[in-house]
Design a protein around this ligand. Structure first.
Ligand SMILES: *[C@@H]1O[C@H](CO)[C@@H](O)[C@H](O)[C@H]1NC(C)=O
Length: 305
C-alpha cells in the first residue's frame, strides 16, 4: 500500500518535471523534429468547404495524406477538393448534413466502402445561432447540438472501432474557447462546445482505460477566428485569430499528439484564473474587463449560410 503510494508520487513527480522540461524545450526546438508522419493516411475533415476546415484539409494534403472532405455545401466542398488536386494532393468529396444522424451513418458506410477507414477524424464543422437564449428558436438550439456535438458521437461510433482494433488513429475535436468560457448571446453554442470538450476528455479516459495508447485525441479551443462565422463578435483584450494561424497550430498539435490546444496562449492563463479566483472577481473580469456579456452585441454572423 505504502509502496504503491510512493511509486505513484514518484511517477507523478517524474511526469510533472518531464512535462515542464519538454514544454520549455518545445518552445526552443522547431516542432518538425517531433512530428509523426501522416503520409498516405486517410484524414476525414468535416466542414471542409470553408474556414479552417478547408485550410486543414489542404495542409494535411500537402503532408501526403489523402483527404476525405465532408461538407453540406457541395459547391464549396468540390472547390476544396479541386484545389487540393491542383496542388498535387489526393481528395474526395462527400456531401453530408451533419445535423442528421442517419445521413451521417450512411456517409460513414459510404466512406468505409469506397475509400476506407479514416486514420484521422477531424470533427470541425460547426454552426452558430447567435441569438439571446430566449430568442433562440427551438430548432436552432437542437441543430446546434446536432452539428457541434452529436455529429462527433456518430462519426466516432463508426470510425473509432477500427482505430482501436489497429491501435492507431487520431480523433480531433475542434471545440472552441466557448467550450471553456460561457458568453452571453451564445448559450446554445457554448453548451454544445462545452459538451464537445467533455466528449473529448471522457473518451480519452476510456481509451486510457483500455490501454489503446495508439489512438490519440486532440481537443482544440480557439478564440474567435476571423472567418466570417462570428462576424461582429468581440472579447476585449483577446485578438481575433487568423484562420491560417489556427490551421497551422491544429496541424502541429495533431502531428505532435498534443492533447489540448487553446488559442491564443493567453486563454490557458485565463482558464486557470477562472477556476481559482473568487467568483465575484471572476464575474467582474467577465463583465467589466473582458466584457463577455457584451461580446455578441454587434454580432452579424455569416450572411450566406
Ligand atoms: C456554398 O458555397 C459557395 C462557394 O463557396 C457559396 O458561394 C455559397 O453561398 C454557399 N452556399 C450556401 C448555402 O451557404
Amino acid at each position: 500500500m505504502i509502496q504503491k503510494i510512493l511509486l505513484n508520487i514518484l511517477t507523478g513527480l517524474y511526469l510533472l518535471l518531464h512535462g515542464i522540461i519538454s514544454g520549455i524545450v518545445k518552445q526552443v526546438l522547431p516542432y518538425t523534429y517531433r512530428c509523426k508522419s501522416v503520409k498516405n493516411e486517410l484524414v476525414l475533415v468535416t466542414g471542409s468547404g470553408s474556414g479552417i476546415g478547408k485550410l486543414m484539409a489542404k495542409k494535411f494534403a500537402l503532408l501526403g495524406a489523402k483527404i476525405i472532405c465532408v461538407d453540406i455545401n457541395q459547391t464549396a466542398n468540390s472547390k476544396t477538393c479541386a484545389e487540393i488536386k491542383n496542388e498535387g494532393g489526393e481528395a474526395v468529396a462527400f456531401k453530408c448534413d451533419l445535423s442528421k444522424r442517419e445521413e451521417i451513418y450512411s456517409l460513414a458506410d459510404n466512406v468505409i466502402k469506397n475509400v476506407g477507414y479514416p486514420d484521422i477524424l477531424i470533427n470541425n464543422a460547426g454552426i452558430v445561432t447567435g441569438k439571446k437564449f430566449l430568442d433562440s428558436p427551438d430548432e436552432m438550439i437542437e441543430k446546434t447540438f446536432q452539428v457541434n456535438t452529436l455529429s462527433h458521437f456518430w462519426l466516432a461510433k463508426k470510425f473509432l472501432p477500427n482505430m482501436i482494433e489497429k491501435n492507431h488513429g487520431h480523433l480531433v475535436t475542434i471545440a472552441s474557447c466557448a467550450g471553456m468560457f460561457g458568453a452571453a448571446g451564445l448559450v446554445d453554442y457554448c453548451s454544445s462546445k462545452f459538451a464537445a470538450v467533455g466528449f473529448d476528455e471522457a473518451l480519452r479516459n476510456e481509451l486510457l482505460r483500455i490501454e489503446k495508447t495508439g489512438v490519440k485525441t486532440t481537443v482544440v479551443c480557439p478564440n474567435v477566428i476571423n472567418t466570417g462565422m462570428f462576424q461582429g463578435f468581440k472579447v476585449a483584450g483577446l485578438p481575433l485569430l487568423e484562420p491560417e494561424y489556427v490551421a497551422d497550430k491544429v496541424v502541429e498539435a495533431v502531428l505532435t499528439n498534443q492533447e489540448l490546444l487553446m488559442l491564443p496562449r493567453m486563454t490557458y492563463f485565463l482558464w486557470c484564473l477562472k477556476t481559482i479566483l473568487p467568483y465575484k472577481f471572476a464575474s467582474f473580469l467577465d463583465k467589466d474587463v473582458m466584457r463577455l456579456c457584451h461580446s455578441m452585441d454587434q454580432f452579424v454572423g455569416r450572411k450566406s449560410d
